[in-house]
Design a protein around this ligand. Structure first.
Ligand code: URA
Length: 209
C-alpha cells in the first residue's frame, strides 16, 4: 500500500501511475492535500518538464502547472516555440505541502525525505515516458532528477547528460522555477532571468527534436 496498489511491482502504464499515486502513503504529505497530482502529457513525449510540487490551484484541479506559475511557464513555452502538448509535465513531489495562513494555504518547500520518497513516482514516469530531454525547473526538481544538489545558476543554459539508470539516455537542462521569476523584486533582474528561462526552454526544445 505504501506504493499505492503495488507490492514490489512497478507500474506498467501512466494510467496505473495516475490511479495508484492517489493512495500513496510513502510520506505524510497526502494527509493535508486534496489529491495527488500526477504528471500530464503524452506517453513517449520527447520532452519532460519536472516542477517542484503542485501549488494551491494544482491541488484543487488535480493537474500540474495550471496556476500562476503555470501561466509564466505557458507564456515562456510559447516564446520558446515549444508546444506544451509535445511535453510530459510533472512534479518532483506529487502532493501539495502547505501551511495555513488565515484562509490561504501557503506553499512549503518539500524536504529531502519527501523528495526522496516521491522519486519512486518520478522514476516510474521517467521509465514509462522515456523522454529524450528532461528539464528540471528549479533546485528541488534538479535534486529529484539527478539525486544530488545541483545549483541552478551554475548549471543552467547548457545540455547536461544523465546517466542511464534503467530510464534510458536523456539529456538534462536545469533552469529556474517559474515561481522564482515571479518573486524576483527587481524588474531588470526579473526580465533578464525570464529571458534566460525562455532560452533554456528553447534549448530543450531543440535537443528534443
Ligand atoms: N509549481 C510547481 O512546481 N508545480 C506545479 O505544478 C505548480 C506550481
Amino acid at each position: 500500500a505504501r506504493d499505492g496498489a503495488f507490492n514490489g511491482d512497478l507500474p506498467t502504464s501512466l494510467d496505473e501511475v495516475t490511479a495508484a499515486v492517489q493512495v500513496c502513503r510513502r510520506c505524510d504529505l497526502w494527509r493535508d492535500a486534496t489529491q495527488a497530482v500526477p504528471g500530464q502529457g503524452a506517453a513517449h513525449a520527447p520532452l519532460m518538464f519536472v516542477g517542484e510540487q503542485p501549488g494551491d490551484q494544482e491541488d484543487l484541479a488535480g493537474l500540474p502547472f495550471v496556476g500562476p506559475a503555470g501561466q509564466v511557464f505557458d507564456q515562456a513555452l510559447k516564446e520558446a516555440g515549444v508546444p506544451r502538448d509535445r511535453a510530459f509535465v510533472t512534479n518532483a513531489v506529487k502532493h501539495f505541502k502547505h501551511e495555513p495562513r488565515g484562509k490561504r494555504r501557503i506553499h512549503k518547500t518539500p524536504d529531502r525525505g519527501e523528495v526522496q520518497a516521491c522519486r519512486w513516482w518520478l522514476d516510474a514516469e521517467r521509465r514509462l515516458v522515456r523522454p529524450r530531454v528532461i528539464v528540471a525547473l528549479g533546485a528541488t526538481a534538479a535534486l529529484a532528477v539527478t539525486g544530488k544538489a545541483t545549483p541552478i545558476a551554475a548549471n543552467r543554459g547548457k545540455a547536461l547528460q544523465l546517466p542511464d539508470q534503467g530510464n534510458g539516455q536523456a539529456r538534462l537542462v536545469v533552469t529556474y522555477h517559474p515561481s522564482f521569476l515571479l518573486r524576483l523584486p527587481d524588474a531588470d533582474a526579473r526580465e533578464r532571468a525570464r529571458a534566460e528561462f525562455v532560452d533554456d526552454l528553447r534549448l530543450a526544445g531543440e535537443l528534443a527534436k
